[in-house]
Design a binder for this molecule. Structure first.
Ligand SMILES: Cc1cc2nc3c(=O)[nH]c(=O)nc-3n(C[C@H](O)[C@H](O)[C@H](O)COP(=O)(O)O)c2cc1C
Length: 196
């Protein structure tokens, strides 16, 4: 062991797994926990201190209404030959299993010298903080870009500016199943070059 804090952090980071929203139990997360997760997100690194991350939180009746609207958007904006009723119903029902949805978007800083990709990267770091905090609390979470996450209709619904973008829809809840172990397809050695 190098250091006890690192060991704890490593346990959280490596145990974090994606859980699909329909594999969550329906149990509600206390609002205080969600506030703690948002505090973690707000501590992400940010080049030029632009703090580009923005959060929209849905729970309870608002989450149910969002899921219904999300399913409608999917139906309205997916070409008839690609529409799947099963997928539409799945989106509509996610409020039954997920406790909260946090939509995380990047607000592009006007006239910024900071490259767009760096504001996206900072927002992604904020998302990872939420995922790791969720893991520490024993919650189930998924960073989803499925459904209508990237569609213009979603941007309009959320009132985002033309230069802003949705980075992730984070469904949070309690896990129904035992967690899986970390699995990587490419060995770390193949992804690393050491120069000594
Ligand atoms: C930018 C991004 C978008 C993702 N979007 C989806 C998604 O739309 N649906 C999904 O099932 N998983 C999504 N994931 C989760 C990945 O599927 C997941 O991280 C991957 O399978 C590895 O599993 P793990 O998170 O348990 O390590 C996304 C992950 C990232 C980083």
């Amino acid at each position: 062991m190098i250091n006890a804090d690192l060991e704890r952090l490593k346990t959280i980071v490596t145990a974090r797994r994606t859980t699909k929203a329909d594999r969550m139990s329906g149990q509600k997360i206390p609002e205080a926990w969600i506030r703690q997760l948002l505090l973690l997100a707000d501590a992400a690194p940010t080049h030029g201190r632009t703090e580009p991350w923005r959060f929209v939180v849905y729970e309870g009746a608002a989450l149910e209404a969002f899921c219904a609207r999300h399913a409608e958007m999917y139906w309205e904006h997916t070409p008839e030959d690609r529409r799947q009723d099963v997928k539409c119903q799945k989106l509509r029902k996610l409020f039954q299993t997920a406790s909260h949805l946090i939509i995380v978007s990047m607000r592009r800083t006007p006239d910024s010298k900071i490259p767009r990709k760096e504001e996206y990267a900072a927002t992604a770091a904020a998302i990872q903080n939420i995922l790791l905090g969720s893991q520490a609390l024993g919650l189930a979470a998924i960073w989803s870009t499925g459904g209508m996450a990237y569609h213009e209709a979603m941007k309009r619904y959320l009132g985002l500016g033309t230069d802003d973008e949705v980075c992730g829809m984070l469904y949070l809840g309690f896990p129904k199943d035992a967690p899986l172990a970390l699995e990587r397809r490419i060995p770390l050695e193949e992804k690393t070059v050491w120069n000594r």
